[in-house]
Ligand binder design. Structure first.
Ligand SMILES: C[S@@+](CC[C@H](N)C(=O)[O-])C[C@H]1O[C@@H](n2cnc3c(N)ncnc32)[C@H](O)[C@@H]1O
Length: 185
């Protein structure tokens, strides 16, 4: 856990004005307000649905969508290979179903076309982003959105994988997103 996080912070340091030290009392993270608002808006459109976030760290990004559990009767799942105290506490408090495990392995726990929204924010290296997208995409319903974080010039692996698999994705700040349609193979 610590090793991964220390490396992660190191990777973010060279970028000017990057909100990597957005420390909150309940969770630190890299999500901007604008990204959080976009995420919340997407989940607010979903009722009685299943939403999954892969890679939650301490739960900052989850904090933007947690209210849709009560308000919209959504189920929210979080997959992370490393659990920390803040994430466990936050998920318990908010009613998020927290699953400890590797992204690709955990994708096998769910049936195809189960999710109304999938958000990928786990390992940002090309091989892993590609595996994540390819493993989780079949689990997304038609007309639903798959998205992820850190599409930028720093995380070249994220950009490369997303551009290759989903060239028609759209962007909002560092979030990439794509609506799956029946025509998409
Ligand atoms: C960038 S952080 C997530 C930040 C969080 N989404 C936020 O914005 O508040 C990446 C997280 O992905 C997790 N992770 C990395 N590789 C993973 C993998 N293969 N499977 C599951 N989780 C992974 C790490 O443990 C870490 O907590």
């Amino acid at each position: 856990m610590m090793k991964y996080l220390e490396e992660d912070f190191e990777f973010h340091k060279p970028i000017d004005n990057y909100p990597y030290e957005q420390i909150r009392d309940f969770a630190s993270g890299w999500f901007t307000e604008k990204e959080g608002e976009w995420y919340r808006k997407q989940c607010n459109f979903i009722f009685n649905g299943n939403i999954i976030e892969i890679g939650s760290y301490e739960g900052l990004s989850l904090s933007y969508i947690k209210d849709t559990i009560k308000n919209n009767n959504n189920k929210i799942y979080s997959v992370d290979k490393e659990l920390n105290k803040r994430l466990i506490r936050n998920c318990n408090k908010w009613g998020v179903n927290l699953i400890q495990g590797d992204s690709v392995n955990c994708s096998k726990l769910f049936p195809n076309e189960f999710f109304d929204l999938i958000f990928i924010d786990a390992c940002h290296f090309y091989k892993y982003v590609k595996e994540d997208i390819l493993s989780w995409l079949p689990l997304l319903k038609n007309n639903a959105i798959i998205a992820g974080h850190d599409y930028d010039n720093y995380w070249v692996g994220v950009k490369k994988a997303v551009d290759e698999i989903l060239p028609e994705k759209k962007l909002i700040e560092r979030i990439w997103y794509f609506k799956k349609t029946k025509l998409f193979k």
